[in-house]
Write a protein of this length. Structure first.
Length: 280
């Protein structure tokens, strides 16, 4: 059962304050490198980028409503980050298990929940071996915060989706989001910072973009800069990949709207059903 998960309470012993991308940062296109990108200094500033209160106002009840409308109760948050969505869902009455591939993020999520008098069930796990580290089946999996774009190889993406699929009950759903990379690649970057990254004193913008690398720079009020190297997933590719892994239907929302112009939203949210059920 989900309640048997490992609980992580201690911060990892990693005081490194400098990200290491080598001599040519745009050559770093490896899935495993995310472990070196989420250093403690960056993680400690991550909530300044999100702004929990502003983000809660901007996205409203979207994820809660989607889960409740489908009768879901147990949720596996596989990219919990600093815990924003895990906390929101826990407060809404869901049974939540929080996972992240970054030990720094897992520890910060636990701290954030504890500061709000909540207890998270946390697991440090790489998605490619997710079912080695968790137990039981879940009604829903959420993978939010543009996290899936950390997977650079198609075999890693397929393996992770297969692990998600296996961790779901027979009628489970996967909710996965991503930046609208089609718009960035085809038109250019023009983030409104309206929904996801709501911190008004932090900038997040591309430092380099091509068809296999989205390198984003995050600049904070104290002048510090951090970077993430990610793979720019196109919408059609992501939808097809989910279906090829076995999901029966995929509905896509743009900035939480069901109808949208292709290049308008900053973020896309895919809701994938493991079992096809006719809507009444």
């Amino acid at each position: 059962m989900a309640s048997d998960q490992q609980i992580t309470t201690e911060r990892p012993n990693n005081d490194t304050q400098t990200q290491d991308f080598g001599d040519n940062p745009i050559e770093v296109r490896e899935t495993d490198h995310y472990q070196e990108e989420y250093i403690r200094g960056f993680v400690e500033k991550w909530d300044d980028l999100i702004d929990w209160d502003a983000r809660a106002r901007s996205e409203g009840q979207f994820f809660i409503d989607m889960l409740k409308a489908r009768g879901k109760k147990t949720v596996l948050d596989v990219a919990c980050g600093t815990g924003f969505h895990s906390v929101q869902l826990l407060k809404a009455g869901f049974d939540v298990t929080s996972v992240d591939g970054s030990a720094e993020m897992v520890a910060k999520a636990f701290e954030n929940a504890r500061d709000r008098d909540l207890m998270l069930k946390t697991v440090h796990s790489d998605w490619r071996w997710l079912n080695r580290d968790i137990h039981g089946k879940f009604d829903a999996i959420i993978c939010l915060g543009n996290s899936f774009t950390h997977l650079f190889k198609e075999e890693d993406r397929r393996r992770a989706l297969a692990e998600f699929y296996a961790a779901l009950k027979h009628d489970g759903i996967l909710i996965l989001d991503q930046r609208n990379y089609d718009a960035i690649l085809d038109v250019g970057f023009d983030s409104k910072h309206k929904y996801y990254y709501c911190g008004d004193k932090v900038t997040a913008e591309p430092a380099h973009m091509d068809n296999s690398l989205a390198r984003f720079r995050y600049t904070f009020p104290d002048g510090s800069e951090y970077y993430l190297n990610m793979f720019p997933l196109r919408k059609a590719y992501m939808r097809n990949l989910m279906k090829e892994v076995g999901f029966q239907r995929v509905n896509t929302y743009g900035d939480f709207q069901e109808t949208f112009d292709e290049h308008d939203p900053d973020f896309l949210v895919h809701i994938a059903d493991k079992t096809f059920i006719e809507q009444v």
